[in-house]
Write a protein that binds this ligand. Structure first.
Ligand SMILES: [Zn+2]
Length: 480
């Protein structure tokens, strides 16, 4: 039943992470056709890492019966400081690609145009192409995981700064490590020394970057791990070890979510604190850049956004600094793991002169024209459809799995996630019968947090809307 629009151009996006490499085959209009994941080699030589990246691309293509001849460009994301123009990796703290001309080497090895960029920059670019940052002129993406990174996109392009280090939001100093001057004065006043430490830094946690007082030492997953371990070591009772497979070495984001669910007395206040700190970081971003949209993503947000977003909203709502009324929103990432690879493809398309975020090259998929016959049959090019199906935002048609009996007239979160994929601005739910199907709170929240509009309509009205509306759209067709 699957149908694909005719596509000439395929691209590959690669996300080289500290633990995993993801290579994805992606169409010109951003449909992720297939993913290949493998482990990043540990403590390896440069050559071994380069081979692993090359191999991930070749294996992806081999699995799809394709060759490099059919690939128009390859975008590669790296966690570190990257010179986009030259393809040079300046520094990768957690990997051994520092000083490597990754762009040129991969171009020579693969014979295809290659562009490289920073992973958080490209994650934001991906969200601006097809995710929660779409249709905006300014967007900041903040990704909360092991560390905290960000990307800035203005007018459809990454802003990477004079030293290619813009967006390092995790290392914005949020606790000033220079308060010791006060002790100096009071010590003289009281004529007694307060020789705590040489420069008063003892009470600060040193960040992985080497500085003190960085924002990510308060709100990253690593920071939360540290707070939780301290509390548990001091005897506080918590389910966290139990839900995290018996260990506190690495606490997964999913384990935090599980502990939140049972209102754990240790995890809940720590995640609440992290959410507040992230809220203040969003506030600082607003005061510096005032972007139309801030997109929050990364493992911690993916797992805990239901708990964290209202806290972040509250911090922002309490902002006292005056501003003109404007359309500013804080949304949750729509693309999850695919944001970076999609951004990588957007980057290589940009480098080739066809930036998919720009109006000229923005490809609106060819959507099928629908006809409704009688009450319960939709025709697409003379083919009848009388069982539930999706039309995704890239125009492809997919069957919808049967619903459990007790839930016949509802739409599940899984339906919403499927329909929202690929950058839909509008989701149309067409239902046979009265069309009086409401979305559950969970489903509504999912769409609201990603800025996606939706309509639930009787089949005939839904078909009319689908055929006439001029936005990137998807649809779920539900027959009784
Ligand atoms: Zn730092």
């Amino acid at each position: 039943m699957e149908k694909t629009n005719s596509l000439q151009n395929y691209y590959v996006g690669v996300d080289v992470g500290g633990t995993k490499i993801q290579a994805s085959l992606i169409t010109a209009f951003g449909a992720v056709v297939s993913n290949h994941r493998c482990e990043t080699p540990r403590n390896a030589t440069v050559e071994i890492t380069l081979n692993a990246i090359e191999e991930s691309i070749r294996t992806l293509l081999h699995e799809q019966d394709r060759t490099l001849d059919g690939i128009t460009g390859i975008g590669i994301a790296v966690p570190g400081v990257v010179q986009q123009e030259t393809g040079l990796v300046v520094v990768t703290p957690n990997m051994n690609l520092s000083g490597v001309e990754l762009g040129q080497i991969m171009k020579d090895r693969l014979g295809v145009p290659v562009a490289i960029g920073n992973d958080c920059n490209l994650g934001t670019l991906g969200e601006c192409w097809l995710g929660s940052g779409r249709n905006t002129s300014s967007c900041v993406g903040i990704f909360v995981g092991t560390g905290i990174g960000a990307g800035i996109v203005f007018d459809n392009r990454v802003f990477s700064g004079a030293g290619q280090a813009a967006g390092e939001i995790g290392h914005i100093i949020s606790q000033l490590p220079c308060e010791h001057w006060r002790h100096g004065i009071t010590a003289k006043m009281h004529k007694q020394g307060t020789k705590s430490s040489k420069n008063g830094l003892a009470k600060f946690t040193r960040c992985g970057c080497g500085n003190y007082g960085c924002f990510e030492t308060f709100a990253s997953r690593t920071a939360m791990e540290r707070f939780i371990r301290e509390a548990v070591e001091h005897g506080a009772k918590s389910v966290i070890r139990e839900v995290n497979g018996g260990t506190l070495d690495i606490i997964k984001s999913g384990s935090l979510a599980k502990a939140l669910k049972v209102n754990d007395k240790v995890v809940t206040p720590i995640v609440r604190y992290a959410a507040q700190v992230i809220g203040y970081a969003c506030l600082s971003v607003r005061h510096l850049i005032d972007p139309e949209v801030i997109v929050l993503g990364g493992g911690v947000i993916e797992a805990c956004h239901k708990f964290m977003m209202p806290i972040i909203d509250a911090v922002l709502a309490n902002d006292q600094l005056p501003s003109a009324p404007g359309k500013r929103r804080v949304l949750v990432s729509s693309l999850g793991d695919n944001a970076v690879v999609l951004g990588a493809v957007a980057l290589v398309r940009s480098a080739n002169g066809s930036n998919p975020l720009g109006k000229i090259h923005r490809i609106i998929p060819k959507y099928p024209q629908l006809h409704i016959m009688g009450e319960n049959v939709i025709y697409i090019a003379d083919e009848p459809y009388a069982k539930d199906f999706f039309i995704l935002s890239d125009g492809t048609i997919h069957p919808r799995a049967k619903l459990p009996k007790k839930n016949v007239d509802g739409f599940r979160l899984k339906d919403i996630e499927t329909a929202a994929g690929g950058g839909a601005d509008l989701i149309i739910f067409g239902t046979a019968g009265a069309g009086e199907v409401a979305l559950s709170g969970k489903c509504h929240e999912y769409l609201f947090r990603r800025g996606i509009d939706y309509r639930i309509l009787p089949l005939n009205e839904a078909v009319h809307l689908y055929n006439t509306v001029a936005v990137r759209r998807s649809a779920v067709w539900h027959f009784s």
